[in-house]
Design a protein. Structure first.
Length: 488
């Protein structure tokens, strides 16, 4: 793709701003985070939940920002800033205008992905699979909210052939404005599950909120739904109500347009065969888990819908790896000798994704005297349903052949109670106490799963385990900015 993202005149016109100072001729990228800003980027000083970008302008200039996009009302306080600036009424609104301009100039086939689980995995798999057929742009990390989607769209190069955007939500009405910016040709709903159930009455309400994605489809666009999801018929109805006439399905159910015909699991991989609207595809996936195979079905269906080479996409998936914090595996040398396997699924958690991760752990093969160990933290934003949904994981854990379970968090006490007498289990009030107890108990041959909602901080457990020895093998992934929090 082109190294020049925006010609400065087009950027100024799209944002509706006024330039101050000697403008560069082009900008090579866009940034809202000085920690990841690259020389030549335009820095958009948006105001977030915790920080205001206007407080980081000096850092942005030091990092090589070629131009600063700032709010008019902040200008009087910026007297000492001498760098080129584009002054706008509201920085986030201006970023949205630039996103609209990026979409208007693009000839790319665009895919939008939502769902309660599997969004980032599906998006990253699409990025990898479509690259076999042409230049691909995709949102970084989990940039799926009110600033992440506009930023990802505004970053789309003019010469992209395909683009993939993840769209999340915590409340009704959040997807609608974002998908109307993206205007996809294909809208994927991965699965409806009880994530953020504390903000909704039931799964029907979650499905209705996710169904907002259909309202942004271009005329003639396609909804791609999970045939195995009990909410699929409700989603299909919502799609038709939004004017969508092309509705396809993926899954294991008879009659699915993209259907899994065989699945052979292995401890760290799987082999799948699928019929994609009549075309046979076989893939040796270097990723474990039946839930991942479901995501791959959506990828194959979307690839065919946007005109990519299906067999090339399937071949590309044989070199795809899990994303950091979402099932990535590490083989770690232990100070006392030997090694253990860490399954880092620490980015987020809800009942469906935890159950899927437990199934992957159950298929793992410890070596020597090693054990399967689950390290789980609270699944947040489940409201009054939290005790029952946490306790409900007991059956999956009891049948997974685990040597031990470590739990942390108030909500996980319900699971600790449910596991009594069924699996060896330790419960701790917080992440720090759990980590202090866990690390000394690990031994060579163990396979350890780490999973919790993001704000539980289980990423620190992963860091501590990686630091306990020297990683022998680490799967590469795109990390994105450190504050790249997304929504369900």
């Amino acid at each position: 793709m082109s190294e020049d993202l925006w010609e400065i005149g087009a950027l100024v016109a799209a944002t509706g701003g006024r330039p101050i100072g000697a403008m560069p001729s082009v900008v090579s990228g866009l940034s809202i985070d000085t920690r990841t800003l690259q020389p030549g980027d335009a820095f958009f000083a948006i105001k977030g939940d915790r920080f205001d970008g206007h407080g980081f302008l000096t850092a942005a200039v030091a990092a090589g920002a070629s131009v600063l996009v700032v709010a008019e009302k902040k200008l009087p306080a910026l007297g000492r800033v001498q760098s080129p600036m584009i002054v706008v009424d509201d920085v986030l609104v201006a970023l949205g205008r630039l996103a609209e301009a990026a979409r208007a100039r693009s000839k790319a086939k665009i895919i939008a992905v939502t769902g309660s689980v599997g969004k980032t995995t599906t998006k990253e798999a699409l990025r990898h699979a479509l690259a076999a057929s042409g230049p691909v742009h995709a949102s970084a990390a989990s940039f799926n909210n009110h600033w992440g989607v506009p930023l990802s769209l505004a970053r789309m190069p003019a010469d992209a052939r395909y683009a993939v955007f993840e769209i999340g939500m915590n409340h009704p009405g959040e997807i609608r404005p974002l998908v109307k910016l993206v205007r996809p040709h294909v809208a994927i709903v991965t699965l409806i599950a009880p994530a953020h159930l504390g903000h909704f009455r039931d799964l029907d309400e979650i499905a209705d909120a996710k169904a907002e994605i259909f309202e942004g489809l271009v005329v003639g666009g396609t909804a791609l739904l999970n045939a195995d999801d009990p909410q699929s018929s409700r989603l299909a109805t919502k799609a038709r109500q939004a004017g969508v006439t092309a509705i396809l399905t993926f899954g294991e159910s008879t009659g699915a347009d993209v259907r899994l015909t065989s699945f052979t699991p292995a401890p760290e991989s799987s082999r799948i065969s699928a019929q994609v609207e009549g075309e046979e595809v076989t893939i040796a996936l270097p990723v474990a888990g039946r839930h991942t195979a479901q995501n791959v079905l959506a990828v194959l269906g979307a690839a065919k819908l946007v005109g990519a080479d299906l067999q090339a996409a399937a071949g590309a998936l044989e070199t795809w790896r899990s994303v950091k914090g979402r099932g990535q595996r590490h083989s770690i040398s232990l100070p006392a000798g030997g090694s253990m396997v860490l399954i880092d699924d620490s980015y987020n958690a809800n009942p469906a994704s935890v159950a899927a991760a437990i199934a992957v752990l159950g298929d793992a093969r410890p070596t020597g005297e090693g054990r399967r160990i689950a390290v789980l933290g609270d699944m947040l934003e489940l409201g009054e349903h939290a005790p029952a949904l946490h306790a409900g994981l007991a059956g999956a854990l009891a049948s997974a052949g685990l040597g031990k379970v470590f739990l942390a968090g108030e909500a996980m006490k319900s699971l600790d109670d449910a596991l009594e007498g069924r699996v060896a289990c330790e419960w701790h009030e917080n992440t720090k106490d759990l980590a202090a107890s866990l690390v000394p108990q690990l031994r060579s041959g163990d396979v350890v799963l780490v999973k919790a909602s993001l704000s539980m901080g289980f990423g620190k457990i992963v860091e501590r385990l990686l630091a306990a020895g020297s990683p022998e093998k680490e799967t590469a992934s795109e990390e994105g900015p450190a504050d790249a929090a997304g929504k369900a």
